[in-house]
Ligand binder design. Structure first.
Ligand SMILES: Cc1ncc(C[n+]2csc(CCOP(=O)(O)OP(=O)(O)O)c2C)c(N)n1
Length: 202
């Protein structure tokens, strides 16, 4: 079987729309970690929440950061949003998460098949690499492509009451993020820690 066959029936969606659908479902101060660039731009644009963390600068750190939060606060659901290019740079995180099995971690991969923000160069996910197949092969059995927006919402709902980590991959278009996160790393960190109840505001 061609490794890309699993994406054949998935609709091409939009990152901001999908992110907004996720945020609309959150009712329990869930943490949301946005990866570098567009994933955190659209997270910001979907409406700032004190439980949002916006990664600036380095690719591939949304899932590792979210893993730490999920382990530190097992009573809270933790979502992480990452681009396909960034995830491909940090694939070891998937096997580490599979081994540690945080029951409260939900990973969402925004797969546009390009490094959009640096000029739309194609990533390996555009041709040869299937993100869900890689995740399953890393030990994350609860990994799936979202077929369309309704399926994405159904997968999110299922993951919210799950007892194992989940990964949801979404094929998205080539649109840039619609917002721009305020670039103040200290403020981002302090607000997030306050939002998680572990720090008073400065
Ligand atoms: C370790 C590292 N390498 C390279 C870069 C430069 N860079 C920043 S964003 C980016 C592309 C990110 O692609 P992807 O995660 O697929 O997200 P998209 O831009 O498509 O939304 C690159 C190459 C970086 N910031 N960090």
């Amino acid at each position: 079987m061609n490794s890309k066959m699993t994406t054949r029936n998935t609709k091409v969606m939009n990152r901001f729309d999908v992110t907004s659908r996720l945020i609309a479902k959150l009712k329990h101060e869930e943490a949301v970690i946005g990866g570098i660039g567009n994933t955190n731009f659209d997270l910001w644009a979907a409406g700032h929440r004190p439980q949002n963390f916006y990664m600036l600068g380095s690719m591939g750190l949304a899932f590792p950061i979210a893993l730490g939060v999920a382990l530190a606060q097992p009573g809270r659901r933790v979502f992480a949003l990452e681009g396909d290019g960034s995830l491909l740079m940090q694939l070891g995180a998937l096997a580490t998460i599979a081994a540690l099995k945080p029951k409260n971690l939900i990973m969402i991969v925004m797969d546009n098949g390009i490094y959009q923000i640096t000029g739309a160069q194609p990533t390996p996910a555009a041709g040869v690499a299937d993100i869900v197949a890689i995740a399953v092969g890393s030990g994350l059995a609860n990994s799936a492509w979202a077929a369309d927006e309704e399926d994405f919402e159904r997968l999110v709902e299922a993951a919210m009451s799950a007892t194992e980590p989940h990964l949801i991959a979404v094929r998205i278009d080539d649109k840039p993020g619609v917002g721009t996160t305020r670039r103040d790393p200290v403020q981002i960190r302090e607000r997030f820690m306050h939002g998680l109840g572990v720090r008073e505001l400065l």
